[in-house]
Design a protein around this ligand. Structure first.
Ligand code: PRX
Length: 702
């Protein structure tokens, strides 16, 4: 990480809240002329059009990219802050906008290209006409076989296959609220989410390929149902898509009257057409669960009209999607990036969106570039973790393949300038523009990014606020941090925007506390200016107005661009009966950015053993999934604590990352720190690192 954290010596005196950082300013890169010549957004008046004096009406430009059943009367209603309402009075259907309306011009064009992981299986194209047929038939099945209607919730636990967007769009056609749970999450995690959302129906798949193996995926559904039942939610139908028709990749028992193979019932709905239901602009389109600072993931509830407008607008102007492009976003649809920038945004614009089933380096480091060459992909979208992985496993691979990207995205984590330059020079062959888009599950779409044909790129910086997004950095004393001061603070968005979530499903209070309490200027005000959105990310603002995102300031760990709550992992550890206390801290990882490390204190009288470590690892995998697997599980004699008994995660994070532990003399048990240090770092003194900003802040608010 040294390259992103090149700080000058002799740092200025700082408070905990305002950490002075002196980055080396990176040089600008300018968008290639060929890109600019064809770009969707080349008119610099966009800045003026989306300036504060034209807010909120500026967002009509995005909403007008869609086909409305009924136009809205009020662009933004602020009568119940911070529960903003967008395009009030409007009626719209997301499925119609992503499918039906393209038929006249593009029925024969690929909407989706599915690339199976085994190279022996050829890519499969699904045309807009075919997508229309499949979405309608599956919507008929959901309506008539499952009895689902608008406002009902459905949990979807599926891998990266075309049946996933078909399922989502079929739900949207009926106004059924979908809740997609990342396929890599465990059955338990899926069950908790199904219960929270109140889903009666679970849609899953028998299996899929990952790293050359067929994974039994349906087994997770059985566990999910058990967990949901324990939580008080009965799921009475499980629809199982099959990866290979007529074969069952799952060894899990098939429960009669509850489990149904989709391919066995779908023929009953052959050729059915289901009219898209005109939904209120404010009707929820989907839930997406994400980790926060408590043990329980929260269901981010996204609205139909505002969300779809925002992802269509940003896909057009920032992703630069034209209908003739072949667009490949390598994220998983089970995360917000996949919802907004594989499914809804690109399909609203009649793009061709590529879906890859498997691991980017399977069977070798050239796979991604072979896919790009074969499909003639020209827009590529991925995360710094994937870029670091591809760089490490095949530094010179891209040059061997004849593909040409005009545009590339990096999203999900801070990217080191050196990695950025490899992306630009080697992956992009110096021909592609890059956007580093900063945003979150809660936000629906991009918040900060350069406008690809208008702004120069700066490696490691996301860029300015998007059109119509007015970010600022606040310190802990409620004061704005000025541009160019070199001081880090909390990035906030001053205004509402159409993509922002409506609320946390079933928990209005938590929505207000989590995102608005910290910087709200006046609780009784109905003026949006008094309600800045707190993103829980640290950032610095350069004089040119570019934001550099430093990472989370809360208990969230960003593992390979995936958000995990330390409290969630701790709860999983506590399910092991031998464990008395658990603390989870982030550790810097060369490829994944951050990984969790687990500290455990045992119940009195118990001896540390490998068997307990194994149990803890297993519990984490079972309760959350393999993505949460810790680097190490360390059984310590005691946890460092304050005199009032608070567990000091900050001290453990410092030890795990070879950073200075700061003042520990006020702890109740300072001697334990040395014992733990020896366990973590060995007997010899270890050279201390300065550590990245998010780790310096980790645990300081406890
Ligand atoms: O810390 C920020 C980081 O990812 C977090 C949001 O994670 P999630 O809700 O899973 O959404 C990820 C994809 C939108 C943020 O709080 N993050 C996201 N994009 C960037 C980023 N950090 C630095 N640079 C980015 N471009």
């Amino acid at each position: 990480m040294a390259e992103i954290l090149e700080r000058s010596k002799g740092a200025v005196e700082t408070s905990e809240a305002q950490i002075a950082v002196h980055w080396r300013e990176e040089e600008y890169y300018y968008p290639p002329a060929k890109f600019v010549g064809q770009a969707n957004l080349t008119d610099p008046s966009v800045i003026e059009r989306f300036s504060e004096k034209n807010f909120p009406e500026c967002f009509r430009e995005y909403a007008d990219l869609l086909s409305w059943d009924q136009y809205w009367h009020t662009t933004l209603d602020t009568s119940d802050p911070p529960f903003w309402k967008w395009f009030v009075g409007g009626k719209i259907n997301a499925s119609y906008n992503c499918v039906d309306r393209h038929l006249a011009k593009y029925k024969n064009k690929a909407a989706l290209i599915f690339v199976p992981e085994p190279e022996s299986e050829a890519p499969v194209s699904v045309t807009y006409r075919e997508l229309y047929v499949r979405v309608n038939e599956f919507a008929a099945l959901l309506r008539d076989f499952c009895g689902l209607k608008s406002g009902d919730r459905v949990t979807i636990h599926m891998p990266m296959v075309p049946e996933l967007p078909v399922t989502m769009l079929a739900c949207a056609r009926l106004g059924v609220i979908h809740s997609v749970v990342f396929g890599g999450f465990s059955g338990e995690a899926c069950g908790m989410r199904a219960a929270d959302s109140g889903s009666r129906v679970l849609i899953t798949m028998d299996g899929y390929y990952r790293n050359g193996k067929m994974i039994d995926h349906k087994a997770g559904a059985d566990i999910a149902l058990e967990i949901a039942k324990k939580e008080g939610q009965a799921v009475d139908k499980v629809l199982v898509w099959r990866r290979h028709l007529g074969k069952n990749a799952s060894a899990s028992p098939f429960v009669k009257e509850r489990d149904f193979f989709v391919d066995e019932i779908l023929p009953n709905y052959s050729g059915e057409i289901v009219p898209p239901v005109p939904m209120d602009a404010e009707a929820p389109l989907f839930l997406m669960y994400t980790s926060g600072s408590t043990g329980k993931p929260k269901g981010c509830q996204h609205r139909t009209g505002g969300y779809l407008s925002y992802v269509a607008g940003t896909s057009k102007y920032i992703q630069d999607i034209h209908p003739e492009d072949v667009y490949w976003c390598m994220a998983d649809i089970g995360w917000i990036t996949g919802h907004s920038y594989i499914v809804y945004g690109p399909l609203a614009l009649a793009a061709t969106s590529v879906l890859y089933e498997g691991v980017p380096t399977y069977p070798d480091a050239g796979r991604v570039w072979r896919i790009a060459e074969r499909l003639d992909v020209n827009i590529f979208h991925t995360s710094p973790t994937a870029i670091r992985m591809l760089r490490k496993s095949g530094h010179d691979e891209p040059a061997k393949y004849n593909y040409h990207f005009k545009h590339m995205t990096t999203v999900g984590e801070p990217i080191e300038p050196e990695v950025w330059r490899w992306y630009h020079d080697v992956v992009g062959k110096g021909e592609a523009v890059i956007v580093d888009t900063w945003w979150q599950t809660e936000n629906g779409g991009f918040l900060c990014s350069t406008k690809p044909a208008l702004d120069p790129m700066k490696p490691g910086s996301a860029g300015p606020g998007m059109p119509g997004i007015y970010p600022l950095i606040m310190d802990e004393n409620n004061e704005p941090v000025t541009a160019g001061s070199g001081k880090a603070g909390n990035i906030c968005i001053r205004n509402p925007w159409p993509g922002i979530m409506q609320t946390i499903w079933g928990d209005r209070d938590r929505f207000v506390t989590q995102y608005y309490s910290k910087y709200c200027k006046n609780r009784s005000s109905k003026d949006w200016h008094d309600w800045p959105y707190f993103a829980a990310d640290g950032a610095v603002l350069a004089v040119d107005g570019y934001f550099r995102i430093l990472g989370r300031v809360d208990d969230v760990i960003n593992v390979a661009g995936h958000r995990l709550g330390t409290k969630e992992i701790e709860s999983a550890c506590l399910t092991v009966s031998e464990v008395a206390e658990a603390a989870v801290v982030p550790v810097v990882d060369e490829i994944k950015g951050r990984v969790p490390e687990v500290y455990i204190a045992l119940q009195p009288g118990l001896q540390a053993s490998q068997a307990i470590v194994d149990k803890v690892n297993k519990a984490i995998e079972t309760m959350i999934g393999k993505i949460a697997r810790p680097r190490r599980v360390l059984i310590v004699p005691d946890m460092p604590k304050t005199r009032s008994g608070k567990l000091m995660r900050r001290v453990l994070a410092a030890l795990s990352n070879n950073m200075n532990t700061g003042d520990i003399t006020t702890l109740a048990n300072p001697d334990v720190v040395e014992k733990v240090r020896e366990m973590v770092q060995g007997k010899e003194a270890v050279a201390l690192a300065d550590g990245p900003e998010d780790l310096k802040k980790f645990g300081t608010e406890e």
